[in-house]
Design a protein around this ligand. Structure first.
Ligand SMILES: Nc1nc2c(ncn2[C@@H]2O[C@H](COP(=O)(O)OP(=O)(O)OP(=O)(O)O)[C@@H](O)[C@H]2O)c(=O)[nH]1
Ligand SMILES: [Mg+2]
Length: 380
């Protein structure tokens, strides 16, 4: 299960943003909670192709792809040195596959600001530095271990050399995403779960007075956005409290409200879409009359990874994957290229695709493509 962790300073609106995305109704309060156990909720990946397959197959069960969002406690200045909830909390961050980094722009006299003023660029940087410090600690630990070893393999020598370079880079308070790593190096380092290598989406949490024309001074938001663009990081503007309340209205009422406030697209949709994009996810589908299901993989995962996502037995006994692209499948369907019999039977439809020559047999190493429809042949 892929996880997106929500990070930010205390009281910047993390739980509010979590509620906007998940509609899970987590507790939101104007004082620091000091809670260590994170809120978690699953969110379905919005996907028109999946919806279409459900229409076609009318399955007994429809299971969209999901990603878990995890609402973490506030990250204080100096957390990496044990301040606030410190390192125990940072370990929750390292479990995440991507980060949603919330920064506060909303003015709310009832909610104290840990730094006592609204300055989103400063706040973003405080959290960034904490993540850098945590990575630095991980590197130092590993270097100490390597140094203490009596015998060291050539691979460990190479690892130590790379880690020393990363250490210098981090010491300059620069994140690892700005270090030029090869894919091979990234793979070798994946076990460290470096926080500043994780994809990050920055969420600017605004309030309802900060919409369109009603907000004369958008300079702080624009300054942060320009800065992030320069760094190659993406950001979205969200009206945290407002959108959390909106979620309780009917779709019509929501549209009306959004029109009044000159909000074009709900922040929820934008956040979910961008989060999936930065996670580097692709979806593949399995379909039949019992179940249509969307599965998520990382780009570059192969057919055995796909089999393993479904069940470990399928990966273990993997023989072949029968693959048809979503587009070819839909075309076959539209042209009525079905074998006689039940038009909604999954097996029959794959056979029909084979007859049209659009079904491929792929082996273990086949890199799964976004939108593939897959049936695994296996033997255990
Ligand atoms: N006016 C306004 N208030 C907001 C907004 N977002 C959050 N708040 C308020 O800020 C306070 C803190 O919000 P939370 O979502 O609990 O913040 P948090 O980051 O989860 O806080 P901790 O978990 O304690 O660090 C609550 O009183 C919210 O109602 C916003 O967009 N506008
Ligand atoms: Mg919270």
């Amino acid at each position: 299960m892929l996880k997106c962790g929500i990070v930010g300073l205390p009281l910047c609106g993390k739980s509010t943003v979590f509620n906007v995305i998940t509609r899970a109704g987590a507790e939101v309060k104007p004082y620091a909670s000091g809670k260590t156990e994170p809120n978690r909720a699953l969110v379905s990946v919005p996907d028109k192709r999946f919806d279409r397959l459900v229409e076609i197959f009318e399955p007994k069960k429809a299971t969209p792809a999901t990603v878990e969002f995890v609402d973490l406690a506030g990250l204080s200045r100096d957390a990496s040195r044990g301040a606030g909830l410190g390192n125990s909390f940072l370990s929750f961050v390292s479990e995440s596959d991507a980060l949603l980094h919330v920064v506060r722009l909303f003015e709310n006299p009832d909610v104290p600001h840990p730094e006592e003023s609204i300055d989103p660029l400063r706040d973003w940087r405080i959290v960034e530095v904490e993540l850098i410090c945590r990575d630095l600690g991980v590197v130092a630990n590993r270097l100490d271990r390597l140094a203490a070893k009596k015998k060291i393999t050539p691979a460990e020598t190479a690892e130590g050399e790379l880690l020393k370079k990363l250490q210098d880079h981090l010491m300059e308070e620069r994140p690892l995403r700005e270090y030029d790593l090869t894919d091979e190096q990234k793979r070798a380092l994946s076990g460290f779960a470096f926080l500043t290598l994780k994809p990050e989406l920055v969420v600017l949490n605004l309030d309802e007075t900060q919409t369109g024309d009603g907000w004369p001074d958008a300079s702080q938001a624009e300054e942060l956005e320009a800065f992030l663009r320069e760094k190659g990081l993406e950001s979205v503007r969200v009206f945290g409290s407002l959108e959390m309340d909106l979620a309780e209205l009917s779709p019509d009422e929501q549209r009306e409200f959004m029109k009044d406030l000159a909000i074009e697209e709900p922040g929820r949709d934008r956040m979910i879409h961008r989060a999936f994009a930065i996670l580097g996810l692709i979806s593949f589908f399995t379909s039949g009359k019992d179940e249509v299901r969307a599965w998520t993989l990382h780009r570059g995962d192969n057919a055995v990874d796909a089999a393993g996502a479904i069940h470990s037995d399928l990966a273990r006994g993997f023989i072949r994957a029968q693959v048809v692209t979503y587009e070819d499948f839909i075309q076959s369907w539209a042209q009525g290229a079905w074998a006689p019999g039940d038009p909604k039977a999954g097996g029959v439809s794959m056979a029909a695709c084979r007859d049209r020559g659009v079904l491929r047999l792929e082996g273990k190493e086949y890199p799964v493509q976004d939108g593939d429809m897959i049936e695994i042949r296996f033997n255990v």
